[in-house]
Design a protein around this ligand. Structure first.
Ligand SMILES: [Zn+2]
Length: 247
């Protein structure tokens, strides 16, 4: 992204940092995907983008396709409908797809930054269960990025994604005049259905109800939580994140 060039900090000290698993938890439009993307670009973290994994699995699924988890059947068609309406997908369905990916990465001993997982306590339990087979609690860190509902609606209703890789381009003064993706040059589009103000409000409420309690869950598990104000520009937010990682 454009502002990456402005961040000229040296990072060799960070290669030995103890944090191996980072979670960004925040409402839609809080910039968690952007921050995770910068982190993965600066360090050797794999950026696990839940929405990207879900979107591609759901959109590519054939009519009638399903998976079975603990005797229950989950149809992709049904999950796709929820996705389009801004509702949170069935937790076991999401957890299954994400765990599949995590296991693959963990077996390669990768550092992982999550933006968008876990979305529910159920998912957090499932995720932690698999992560603890490979990593220590001391190696995990949760960033809770906050913005309010008005900001969430404004930012998301103007968000665009690129045609090629679905890079998400948040609305701000640096991206306002872009027509092509700064990373691959493909056309920038609005996401169908997902970014109408009403849908975003619904997503924000779902976040507060289902995802926000995950922070306390992690805290009770003894995992470090750090609060971040997401209403600043991405560069400032990133600097705040770096100063916490240095601690
Ligand atoms: Zn792109």
């Amino acid at each position: 992204m454009l502002f990456l060039k402005k961040i000229g900090i040296l990072f060799e000290d960070f290669e030995n940092m103890k944090t191996k698993i980072i979670f960004f938890i925040g409402p839609p439009g809080s910039g968690k995907g952007t921050q995770a993307e910068i982190l993965s670009g600066k360090f050797s973290f794999y950026h696990l983008e839940t929405s990207k994994i879900l979107e591609s699995k759901i959109m590519d699924a054939k009519k009638g396709e399903y998976i079975q988890i603990e005797g229950k059947t989950y149809f992709f068609d049904k999950e796709r409908e929820k996705w389009k309406n801004g509702l949170i997908l069935s937790p076991p369905f999401v957890a299954y797809l994400i765990k599949e990916k995590v296991r693959e990465l963990a077996e390669d001993k990768r550092k992982i930054v999550f933006s968008g997982s876990p979305r529910s306590i159920y998912e957090a339990e499932e995720l932690l269960d698999i992560l603890l087979q490979f990593y220590l609690k001391d190696e995990m860190l949760v960033f809770n990025i906050n913005i309010n509902v008005e900001e969430s609606v404004t930012r998301n209703s103007k968000r665009r994604i690129c045609q090629l890789v679905r890079h998400s381009i948040l609305y701000n003064e640096e991206t306002i005049s872009l027509t092509k993706c700064p990373l691959d040059g493909s056309q920038l589009l609005k996401r169908e259905g997902l970014d109408d103000p009403e849908t975003i409000k619904k997503r924000f409420e779902e976040y507060e109800k289902q995802t926000f309690p995950v922070i306390d869950f992690f805290k009770n598990q003894g995992i470090r939580i750090e609060k971040i104000n997401g209403s600043y520009s991405p560069v400032v937010v990133f600097e705040n994140i770096i100063s916490i990682l240095e601690k």
